[in-house]
Design a protein around this ligand. Structure first.
Ligand code: GLA
Length: 386
Protein backbone atom coordinates (compact mmCIF):
# COMPACT_ATOMS: atom_id res chain seq x y z
CA UNK A 1 0.00 0.00 0.00
CA UNK A 2 1.27 3.45 -0.91
CA UNK A 3 1.21 6.17 1.72
CA UNK A 4 -1.25 8.69 0.25
CA UNK A 5 0.11 11.74 2.02
CA UNK A 6 3.63 11.00 0.75
CA UNK A 7 2.19 10.60 -2.76
CA UNK A 8 0.34 13.90 -2.53
CA UNK A 9 3.45 15.70 -1.25
CA UNK A 10 5.48 14.17 -4.08
CA UNK A 11 3.10 15.47 -6.76
CA UNK A 12 3.04 18.95 -5.23
CA UNK A 13 6.81 18.98 -4.96
CA UNK A 14 7.14 17.98 -8.63
CA UNK A 15 4.75 20.70 -9.75
CA UNK A 16 6.54 23.36 -7.77
CA UNK A 17 9.95 22.33 -9.15
CA UNK A 18 9.06 21.66 -12.76
CA UNK A 19 5.97 23.84 -13.31
CA UNK A 20 3.56 21.04 -14.34
CA UNK A 21 2.08 17.80 -13.02
CA UNK A 22 4.34 14.72 -13.36
CA UNK A 23 3.49 12.47 -16.31
CA UNK A 24 3.90 9.23 -14.32
CA UNK A 25 4.82 7.86 -10.91
CA UNK A 26 6.85 4.73 -10.19
CA UNK A 27 7.77 2.91 -7.00
CA UNK A 28 10.14 0.24 -5.73
CA UNK A 29 9.90 -1.25 -2.22
CA UNK A 30 12.42 -1.94 0.51
CA UNK A 31 12.66 -5.50 1.79
CA UNK A 32 12.94 -7.60 4.87
CA UNK A 33 14.82 -10.88 4.74
CA UNK A 34 13.08 -13.66 6.66
CA UNK A 35 16.07 -16.01 6.52
CA UNK A 36 19.18 -16.62 4.39
CA UNK A 37 21.70 -14.02 5.51
CA UNK A 38 25.01 -13.47 3.70
CA UNK A 39 24.16 -16.40 1.47
CA UNK A 40 23.38 -14.39 -1.68
CA UNK A 41 26.99 -13.62 -2.65
CA UNK A 42 27.83 -17.28 -2.01
CA UNK A 43 25.41 -18.30 -4.80
CA UNK A 44 23.02 -19.59 -2.13
CA UNK A 45 19.37 -19.20 -1.11
CA UNK A 46 17.46 -16.32 0.49
CA UNK A 47 13.85 -15.86 1.59
CA UNK A 48 12.96 -12.14 1.66
CA UNK A 49 9.71 -10.29 1.05
CA UNK A 50 9.17 -6.78 -0.27
CA UNK A 51 7.59 -4.45 2.31
CA UNK A 52 5.04 -1.64 2.14
CA UNK A 53 7.69 1.06 2.46
CA UNK A 54 8.88 2.39 -0.88
CA UNK A 55 10.98 4.80 -2.88
CA UNK A 56 8.67 6.84 -5.12
CA UNK A 57 9.64 8.73 -8.27
CA UNK A 58 7.44 11.30 -10.00
CA UNK A 59 8.71 11.84 -13.52
CA UNK A 60 8.18 13.51 -16.88
CA UNK A 61 10.24 12.48 -19.91
CA UNK A 62 12.44 15.03 -21.70
CA UNK A 63 13.29 15.37 -25.38
CA UNK A 64 17.02 15.81 -24.74
CA UNK A 65 19.62 13.74 -22.86
CA UNK A 66 19.45 15.63 -19.57
CA UNK A 67 18.41 14.08 -16.25
CA UNK A 68 17.30 16.53 -13.58
CA UNK A 69 16.62 14.92 -10.20
CA UNK A 70 15.39 16.37 -6.92
CA UNK A 71 15.76 14.50 -3.61
CA UNK A 72 12.73 15.58 -1.59
CA UNK A 73 14.04 13.91 1.58
CA UNK A 74 17.42 15.69 1.40
CA UNK A 75 16.08 19.23 1.62
CA UNK A 76 15.34 19.16 -2.10
CA UNK A 77 18.99 18.77 -3.12
CA UNK A 78 19.19 18.65 -6.89
CA UNK A 79 21.36 16.94 -9.44
CA UNK A 80 21.67 17.40 -13.18
CA UNK A 81 23.71 15.33 -15.63
CA UNK A 82 23.78 14.20 -19.26
CA UNK A 83 23.02 10.62 -20.15
CA UNK A 84 26.19 8.94 -21.46
CA UNK A 85 28.45 5.98 -20.85
CA UNK A 86 30.99 8.14 -19.04
CA UNK A 87 28.86 9.63 -16.25
CA UNK A 88 31.11 10.46 -13.28
CA UNK A 89 30.38 10.26 -9.54
CA UNK A 90 28.84 13.23 -7.82
CA UNK A 91 31.48 14.75 -5.51
CA UNK A 92 29.35 14.96 -2.36
CA UNK A 93 25.77 13.69 -2.81
CA UNK A 94 25.65 9.95 -2.19
CA UNK A 95 21.99 9.68 -3.27
CA UNK A 96 22.93 11.16 -6.66
CA UNK A 97 25.37 8.34 -7.24
CA UNK A 98 22.61 5.73 -7.12
CA UNK A 99 20.75 7.66 -9.82
CA UNK A 100 23.85 8.32 -11.90
CA UNK A 101 25.16 4.76 -11.50
CA UNK A 102 21.90 3.16 -12.57
CA UNK A 103 21.58 5.42 -15.63
CA UNK A 104 25.21 4.88 -16.62
CA UNK A 105 24.91 1.10 -16.38
CA UNK A 106 21.73 1.11 -18.49
CA UNK A 107 23.68 3.02 -21.16
CA UNK A 108 26.60 0.58 -20.89
CA UNK A 109 24.14 -2.18 -21.83
CA UNK A 110 23.58 -0.41 -25.14
CA UNK A 111 20.09 0.82 -24.22
CA UNK A 112 18.94 4.07 -25.87
CA UNK A 113 16.73 6.53 -24.04
CA UNK A 114 16.15 10.24 -23.45
CA UNK A 115 16.29 12.34 -20.29
CA UNK A 116 13.81 12.95 -17.51
CA UNK A 117 12.78 15.42 -14.85
CA UNK A 118 12.19 13.60 -11.58
CA UNK A 119 11.46 14.09 -7.91
CA UNK A 120 12.42 11.25 -5.58
CA UNK A 121 11.00 10.56 -2.15
CA UNK A 122 10.26 7.59 0.07
CA UNK A 123 9.72 6.12 3.50
CA UNK A 124 12.10 3.15 3.60
CA UNK A 125 14.07 3.75 6.83
CA UNK A 126 17.64 4.60 5.80
CA UNK A 127 20.70 2.84 7.17
CA UNK A 128 18.49 0.29 8.94
CA UNK A 129 19.17 -2.76 6.77
CA UNK A 130 15.83 -2.58 4.93
CA UNK A 131 17.42 -1.86 1.56
CA UNK A 132 16.63 1.78 0.99
CA UNK A 133 19.56 1.87 -1.47
CA UNK A 134 18.37 -1.11 -3.49
CA UNK A 135 14.87 0.35 -3.62
CA UNK A 136 16.31 3.59 -5.02
CA UNK A 137 18.38 1.71 -7.62
CA UNK A 138 15.41 -0.38 -8.67
CA UNK A 139 13.02 2.60 -8.68
CA UNK A 140 15.33 4.54 -11.02
CA UNK A 141 15.84 1.50 -13.27
CA UNK A 142 12.13 0.73 -13.40
CA UNK A 143 11.37 4.40 -14.17
CA UNK A 144 13.55 4.37 -17.29
CA UNK A 145 12.45 0.87 -18.31
CA UNK A 146 8.76 1.80 -18.31
CA UNK A 147 9.13 5.42 -19.44
CA UNK A 148 11.08 4.41 -22.55
CA UNK A 149 9.82 0.87 -23.11
CA UNK A 150 13.32 -0.51 -22.73
CA UNK A 151 13.65 -4.12 -23.95
CA UNK A 152 14.74 -5.48 -20.56
CA UNK A 153 13.05 -7.48 -17.81
CA UNK A 154 12.53 -6.64 -14.14
CA UNK A 155 15.30 -9.10 -13.39
CA UNK A 156 17.60 -7.01 -15.61
CA UNK A 157 16.58 -3.91 -13.66
CA UNK A 158 17.67 -5.75 -10.47
CA UNK A 159 20.98 -6.89 -11.96
CA UNK A 160 21.63 -3.40 -13.32
CA UNK A 161 21.03 -1.93 -9.86
CA UNK A 162 23.44 -4.39 -8.27
CA UNK A 163 26.04 -3.60 -10.94
CA UNK A 164 25.67 0.12 -10.24
CA UNK A 165 26.08 -0.48 -6.51
CA UNK A 166 29.11 -2.75 -6.97
CA UNK A 167 30.91 -0.75 -9.64
CA UNK A 168 29.71 2.84 -9.30
CA UNK A 169 28.88 3.27 -5.61
CA UNK A 170 31.49 0.74 -4.41
CA UNK A 171 29.63 -1.68 -2.14
CA UNK A 172 30.15 -5.32 -2.99
CA UNK A 173 26.57 -6.43 -2.20
CA UNK A 174 24.83 -9.55 -3.53
CA UNK A 175 21.64 -9.71 -5.61
CA UNK A 176 18.98 -10.38 -2.94
CA UNK A 177 17.83 -6.82 -2.23
CA UNK A 178 17.47 -5.68 -5.82
CA UNK A 179 15.77 -8.91 -6.91
CA UNK A 180 13.06 -8.80 -4.27
CA UNK A 181 12.54 -5.05 -4.73
CA UNK A 182 12.02 -5.66 -8.46
CA UNK A 183 10.19 -9.00 -8.42
CA UNK A 184 8.38 -9.23 -5.06
CA UNK A 185 4.68 -10.17 -4.99
CA UNK A 186 1.92 -9.09 -2.62
CA UNK A 187 1.26 -11.59 0.21
CA UNK A 188 4.29 -13.69 -0.71
CA UNK A 189 7.89 -14.16 0.25
CA UNK A 190 10.35 -14.99 -2.51
CA UNK A 191 12.58 -18.05 -2.28
CA UNK A 192 15.44 -16.97 -4.50
CA UNK A 193 18.25 -19.11 -5.83
CA UNK A 194 20.98 -16.49 -6.12
CA UNK A 195 22.97 -18.57 -8.63
CA UNK A 196 20.25 -19.16 -11.22
CA UNK A 197 17.95 -16.30 -10.14
CA UNK A 198 15.15 -18.85 -10.16
CA UNK A 199 12.36 -17.68 -7.84
CA UNK A 200 9.55 -19.49 -6.07
CA UNK A 201 6.71 -17.63 -4.39
CA UNK A 202 6.02 -18.72 -0.82
CA UNK A 203 2.64 -17.61 0.44
CA UNK A 204 2.83 -15.69 3.72
CA UNK A 205 0.46 -17.18 6.31
CA UNK A 206 -2.55 -14.95 7.05
CA UNK A 207 -2.32 -15.52 10.78
CA UNK A 208 1.20 -14.09 11.28
CA UNK A 209 2.26 -10.45 11.42
CA UNK A 210 5.56 -9.37 9.93
CA UNK A 211 7.09 -7.22 12.63
CA UNK A 212 10.31 -5.29 12.06
CA UNK A 213 12.11 -3.82 15.03
CA UNK A 214 14.69 -1.18 14.23
CA UNK A 215 17.32 -1.27 16.98
CA UNK A 216 18.42 2.19 15.86
CA UNK A 217 22.01 1.09 16.31
CA UNK A 218 23.57 2.84 13.34
CA UNK A 219 25.23 0.37 11.08
CA UNK A 220 28.81 1.53 11.56
CA UNK A 221 31.69 -0.34 9.86
CA UNK A 222 29.14 -2.03 7.71
CA UNK A 223 30.86 -1.69 4.34
CA UNK A 224 34.33 -2.74 5.51
CA UNK A 225 33.07 -5.62 7.68
CA UNK A 226 30.71 -6.72 4.89
CA UNK A 227 33.54 -6.83 2.38
CA UNK A 228 35.75 -8.73 4.87
CA UNK A 229 33.06 -11.39 5.39
CA UNK A 230 32.73 -11.73 1.66
CA UNK A 231 36.49 -12.20 1.24
CA UNK A 232 36.55 -14.85 4.00
CA UNK A 233 33.78 -16.79 2.25
CA UNK A 234 35.65 -16.60 -1.04
CA UNK A 235 38.80 -17.77 0.70
CA UNK A 236 36.93 -20.77 2.14
CA UNK A 237 35.53 -21.70 -1.27
CA UNK A 238 38.98 -21.39 -2.87
CA UNK A 239 40.63 -23.61 -0.24
CA UNK A 240 37.84 -26.17 -0.54
CA UNK A 241 38.14 -26.11 -4.33
CA UNK A 242 34.51 -25.21 -5.09
CA UNK A 243 33.18 -22.28 -7.17
CA UNK A 244 31.14 -20.99 -4.20
CA UNK A 245 30.10 -22.10 -0.71
CA UNK A 246 26.75 -23.05 -2.26
CA UNK A 247 28.53 -26.09 -3.68
CA UNK A 248 29.49 -27.70 -0.41
CA UNK A 249 27.41 -29.73 2.05
CA UNK A 250 27.64 -29.43 5.80
CA UNK A 251 29.07 -32.92 5.93
CA UNK A 252 31.94 -32.26 3.55
CA UNK A 253 32.64 -28.95 5.27
CA UNK A 254 33.05 -30.86 8.55
CA UNK A 255 35.34 -33.37 6.85
CA UNK A 256 37.55 -30.57 5.54
CA UNK A 257 37.51 -28.49 8.71
CA UNK A 258 41.25 -28.96 9.29
CA UNK A 259 42.07 -27.28 5.96
CA UNK A 260 40.58 -23.95 6.99
CA UNK A 261 41.79 -21.26 9.41
CA UNK A 262 39.45 -21.30 12.42
CA UNK A 263 37.68 -18.01 11.65
CA UNK A 264 37.28 -18.89 8.00
CA UNK A 265 35.77 -22.24 8.99
CA UNK A 266 33.18 -20.51 11.18
CA UNK A 267 32.26 -18.08 8.39
CA UNK A 268 31.80 -21.01 6.01
CA UNK A 269 29.85 -22.94 8.63
CA UNK A 270 27.37 -20.08 8.90
CA UNK A 271 26.83 -19.88 5.15
CA UNK A 272 26.56 -23.62 4.50
CA UNK A 273 24.20 -24.21 7.43
CA UNK A 274 22.17 -21.07 6.59
CA UNK A 275 21.54 -22.36 3.06
CA UNK A 276 20.07 -25.54 4.52
CA UNK A 277 17.97 -23.59 7.00
CA UNK A 278 16.62 -21.31 4.29
CA UNK A 279 15.36 -24.18 2.15
CA UNK A 280 13.77 -25.81 5.19
CA UNK A 281 12.21 -22.51 6.33
CA UNK A 282 10.51 -22.05 2.95
CA UNK A 283 8.83 -25.44 3.43
CA UNK A 284 7.95 -24.67 7.04
CA UNK A 285 6.37 -21.35 6.05
CA UNK A 286 4.37 -23.01 3.26
CA UNK A 287 3.12 -25.66 5.68
CA UNK A 288 2.49 -23.20 8.51
CA UNK A 289 4.83 -25.32 10.63
CA UNK A 290 5.62 -22.57 13.12
CA UNK A 291 7.56 -24.73 15.57
CA UNK A 292 9.99 -25.62 12.80
CA UNK A 293 10.14 -22.00 11.61
CA UNK A 294 10.85 -20.84 15.15
CA UNK A 295 13.71 -23.30 15.51
CA UNK A 296 15.27 -22.39 12.14
CA UNK A 297 15.10 -18.65 12.77
CA UNK A 298 16.60 -19.08 16.26
CA UNK A 299 19.45 -21.15 14.82
CA UNK A 300 19.98 -18.60 12.07
CA UNK A 301 20.34 -15.86 14.67
CA UNK A 302 22.75 -17.89 16.79
CA UNK A 303 24.83 -18.64 13.71
CA UNK A 304 25.02 -14.94 12.78
CA UNK A 305 26.01 -14.15 16.36
CA UNK A 306 28.57 -16.89 16.98
CA UNK A 307 29.90 -18.02 13.59
CA UNK A 308 29.52 -14.98 11.37
CA UNK A 309 29.86 -12.43 14.18
CA UNK A 310 27.63 -9.75 12.70
CA UNK A 311 25.15 -9.08 15.52
CA UNK A 312 25.53 -6.43 18.23
CA UNK A 313 24.38 -6.56 21.87
CA UNK A 314 21.15 -4.50 21.52
CA UNK A 315 20.07 -6.71 18.61
CA UNK A 316 20.75 -9.88 20.63
CA UNK A 317 18.78 -8.35 23.49
CA UNK A 318 15.71 -7.76 21.30
CA UNK A 319 15.85 -11.30 19.93
CA UNK A 320 16.25 -12.90 23.38
CA UNK A 321 13.53 -10.79 24.98
CA UNK A 322 10.90 -11.24 22.30
CA UNK A 323 11.61 -14.92 21.65
CA UNK A 324 10.38 -15.53 25.19
CA UNK A 325 7.01 -14.13 24.17
CA UNK A 326 6.80 -15.68 20.70
CA UNK A 327 7.94 -19.15 21.70
CA UNK A 328 7.03 -21.77 19.12
CA UNK A 329 4.26 -19.68 17.57
CA UNK A 330 6.49 -17.85 15.10
CA UNK A 331 10.12 -16.85 14.78
CA UNK A 332 12.60 -14.03 15.34
CA UNK A 333 16.11 -13.18 14.18
CA UNK A 334 18.33 -10.32 13.09
CA UNK A 335 17.75 -9.39 9.45
CA UNK A 336 20.03 -7.73 6.87
CA UNK A 337 23.74 -7.14 6.63
CA UNK A 338 24.36 -6.80 10.37
CA UNK A 339 26.29 -4.55 12.81
CA UNK A 340 23.06 -2.88 13.90
CA UNK A 341 19.89 -2.40 11.91
CA UNK A 342 16.76 -4.50 12.33
CA UNK A 343 15.26 -7.64 13.79
CA UNK A 344 12.43 -9.44 12.00
CA UNK A 345 9.73 -11.37 13.84
CA UNK A 346 6.88 -13.46 12.46
CA UNK A 347 4.27 -13.74 15.19
CA UNK A 348 0.53 -14.21 15.71
CA UNK A 349 -1.33 -10.87 15.39
CA UNK A 350 -2.56 -11.01 18.97
CA UNK A 351 0.99 -11.20 20.33
CA UNK A 352 2.11 -7.95 18.69
CA UNK A 353 0.83 -5.63 21.38
CA UNK A 354 2.43 -7.62 24.16
CA UNK A 355 5.74 -7.72 22.28
CA UNK A 356 5.74 -3.95 21.77
CA UNK A 357 4.96 -3.33 25.45
CA UNK A 358 7.71 -5.68 26.56
CA UNK A 359 10.18 -3.89 24.30
CA UNK A 360 9.13 -0.43 25.47
CA UNK A 361 9.47 -1.56 29.06
CA UNK A 362 13.09 -2.58 28.93
CA UNK A 363 14.96 -1.93 25.68
CA UNK A 364 16.01 1.65 26.37
CA UNK A 365 16.92 0.96 29.99
CA UNK A 366 19.02 -2.05 28.98
CA UNK A 367 20.75 -0.61 25.91
CA UNK A 368 20.38 3.17 25.84
CA UNK A 369 18.72 3.01 22.41
CA UNK A 370 15.11 3.68 21.40
CA UNK A 371 13.49 1.05 19.16
CA UNK A 372 11.06 1.67 16.29
CA UNK A 373 8.53 -0.97 15.32
CA UNK A 374 7.01 -1.42 11.86
CA UNK A 375 4.24 -3.88 11.12
CA UNK A 376 4.62 -4.72 7.44
CA UNK A 377 2.77 -6.50 4.67
CA UNK A 378 4.49 -8.58 2.02
CA UNK A 379 4.10 -6.25 -0.96
CA UNK A 380 4.43 -6.11 -4.74
CA UNK A 381 7.77 -5.34 -6.35
CA UNK A 382 8.56 -2.29 -8.47
CA UNK A 383 6.05 -0.82 -10.88
CA UNK A 384 3.90 2.12 -11.87
CA UNK A 385 1.42 3.75 -9.53
CA UNK A 386 -1.84 4.53 -11.31
C1 GLA B 1 23.02 -6.63 2.46
C2 GLA B 1 23.39 -6.90 1.01
C3 GLA B 1 22.71 -8.17 0.50
C4 GLA B 1 22.95 -9.35 1.44
C5 GLA B 1 22.66 -8.96 2.88
C6 GLA B 1 23.05 -10.02 3.86
O1 GLA B 1 21.66 -6.35 2.56
O2 GLA B 1 23.02 -5.81 0.21
O3 GLA B 1 23.15 -8.45 -0.80
O4 GLA B 1 24.26 -9.84 1.30
O5 GLA B 1 23.34 -7.77 3.26
O6 GLA B 1 22.25 -11.14 3.72
Amino acid sequence: MINQSILKGLKENFTSHFGAQPARIFQAPGRVNLIGEHTDYNDGFVLPCAIDYQTLIAVTPRKDKVVRAVAADYENQTDEFEISDSIQSHPDQLWSNYVRGVVKHLVLKGLKFQGADMVITGNVPQGAGLSSSASLEVAVGETFRLLYDLPISKEDVALNGQEAENQFVGCNCGIMDQMVSACGEASNALLLDCRTLHTKLIKMPDDLSVMIINSNVKRGLVDSEYNTRREQCEQAAAILGVPALRDISLESLENSKGMLPEVVYRRAHHVVSENERTLKAAVALENADYAQLSDLMAKSHASMRDDFEITVKPIDYIVETLSQIIGNNGGIRMTGGGFGGCVVALLPHDMVENAVTKLNDSYTAQTGYQADVYICKASPGAGEIN
